[in-house]
Each structure stands twice: as structure tokens, then as C-alpha cells.
Design a protein around this ligand. Structure first.
Ligand SMILES: [Zn+2]
Length: 145
């Protein structure tokens, strides 16, 4: 999939610390988590102190896997201002044991099902009050092989 590069100021400020969009030297989108090097647990969004160990200095930034599976989803038909309806929201499960609430997109609604494989992408989430596109991360349903 072709992904555009993004201006930092166009990224949704709520999501800005949570992911790294594609760049000229890395065409992939990355979710940035914290991993505790004492207990091994991942946290997303990032934490400053491990909620298991309660010690400082045990967390390091780690990229999460870019593929996940749909835990559950819903189709939103009553969209808030700035969102185009219908759109899909759901939870996806990552191999690191993280469950993420996210926007999901698909070319074919028949492919949208619980357990479907999804891939992390960067793209338009909504429009701001000036009508400008605001970018963030979301997951795209992968074609079944
Ligand atoms: Zn820990």
C-alpha cells in the first residue's frame, strides 16, 4: 500500500506521541509502546513508570507489530463533526498482548469480521475546524489469501 508522508502539524495531537508515520527513509507506520525490561509487559500508549513493577527506569520504547486481528468492531453511522460516515471503529489485538481501540478501514465490507487480519497504516482520521485533513494511525483489513 502506498502511504503518503505527513507534516507533523497535520497529525492529530491526541495521537501524536503514539505513532510514527511513514517517512522518506522508512515507508512503514509504527506504533510506539513502552516495554518493561523487568517484567516484560508492553504498554500502549507509552507509560513513564511500569504499573506492574512501580520502578523508574525499567521502560523502553518499542515498536509494536504492524499486524493484528479484529477483536470486535462497529459501524458508526452517526458521525461527529469532522468525520465522514459511515466509518468503522473497533478493538484490534496485537501479538504483544495489547488491545487497541482504533479506526478500521476496508475496501470490502464482506471482509470485515471478528478475527480478520488487519495491518497498521497512517491516513486521514477526520477534518479539523478549518476543513483540513487530520492524520493518524488506523488499521486496514488485509485481503484473505
Ligand atoms: Zn514491569
Amino acid at each position: 500500500m502506498n502511504q503518503a508522508t505527513f507534516d507533523k502539524e497535520r497529525i492529530d495531537p491526541v495521537l501524536a506521541d503514539m505513532f510514527i508515520p511513514p517517512s522518506s527513509h522508512d515507508n512503514e507506520t509504527h506504533l510506539v509502546a513502552s516495554k518493561c525490561n523487568k517484567c516484560g509487559v508492553y504498554f500502549f500508549p507509552k507509560r513513564h513508570i511500569c504499573p506492574n513493577c512501580f520502578e523508574e527506569g525499567t521502560l523502553e520504547d518499542k515498536y509494536l507489530s504492524n499486524e493484528a486481528s479484529i477483536y470486535t468492531y462497529c459501524v458508526v453511522r452517526a458521525a461527529p463533526v469532522g468525520f465522514d460516515s459511515p466509518y468503522i471503529l473497533g478493538y484490534v489485538d496485537l501479538p504483544e498482548g495489547i488491545r487497541i481501540f482504533t479506526m478500521i478501514e476496508t475496501d470490502n465490507m464482506d471482509d470485515l469480521k471478528i478475527g480478520a487480519r488487519v495491518r497498521l497504516i497512517a491516513g486521514k482520521i477526520r477534518r479539523d475546524e478549518n476543513g483540513e485533513d487530520v492524520m493518524g494511525y488506523k488499521f486496514s483489513v488485509m485481503k484473505e489469501r
